[in-house]
Design a binder for this molecule. Structure first.
Ligand code: DAT
Ligand code: MG
Length: 140
């Protein structure tokens, strides 16, 4: 058994476009379970912690500003290899390069705003998942 948990965000662009249900539908259709679900507007402080690995990169401040610009949906999902599995469902970071069939490939738009508005976040490793779940759902 390699059941694991991952932290998923429907980012403010996806939330504003009404895509939360579509993202959750794909997660559930794949067979992953929802463990926790929350709608909130994240503080810059939370996002500095969440995106700590990117601190100092040229896009970091704009990313934090965008991610704190409005409500988003945070979820913890659970299932066999769901960390890798959700990354596959999401597709590549750049929505133009993400394959059709993936969330970013089907729904993501890169219309002059770079790759920032790519609808979803998913943890990239068990260590990241544990760290991120602690930030978004400290009660778990
Ligand atoms: P991912 O979200 O696929 O894990 P990442 O961790 O490399 O990608 O980057 C986090 C987010 O930061 C990403 O979803 C969008 C934004 N981002 C990444 N690279 C960027 C770049 N070169 N310019 C602008 N935004 C970028
Ligand atoms: Mg990442």
């Amino acid at each position: 058994m390699t059941s694991e948990r991952s932290l998923v965000l429907v980012k403010p662009d996806g939330f504003a476009r009404g895509l939360t249900g579509e993202v959750l539908r794909r997660i559930e259709a794949k067979g992953y379970r929802l463990v926790a679900l929350s709608v909130l507007t994240a503080s810059p402080e939370m996002l500095h912690r969440h995106y700590a690995e990117h601190e100092g990169k040229p896009f970091f401040e704009a990313l934090v500003e965008f991610m704190s610009s409005g409500p988003l949906t945070a979820a913890v999902i659970e299932g066999e290899r769901c960390i890798e599995g959700f990354r596959s469902l999401a597709g590549a970071t750049d929505p133009t390069l993400a394959p059709p069939g993936s969330i970013r490939g089907d729904l993501g738009r890169d219309w002059g705003e770079g790759v920032q508005k790519n609808i979803v976040h998913g943890s990239d490793s068990p260590e990241s998942a544990a760290r991120e779940i602690g930030i978004w759902f400290p009660q778990l």
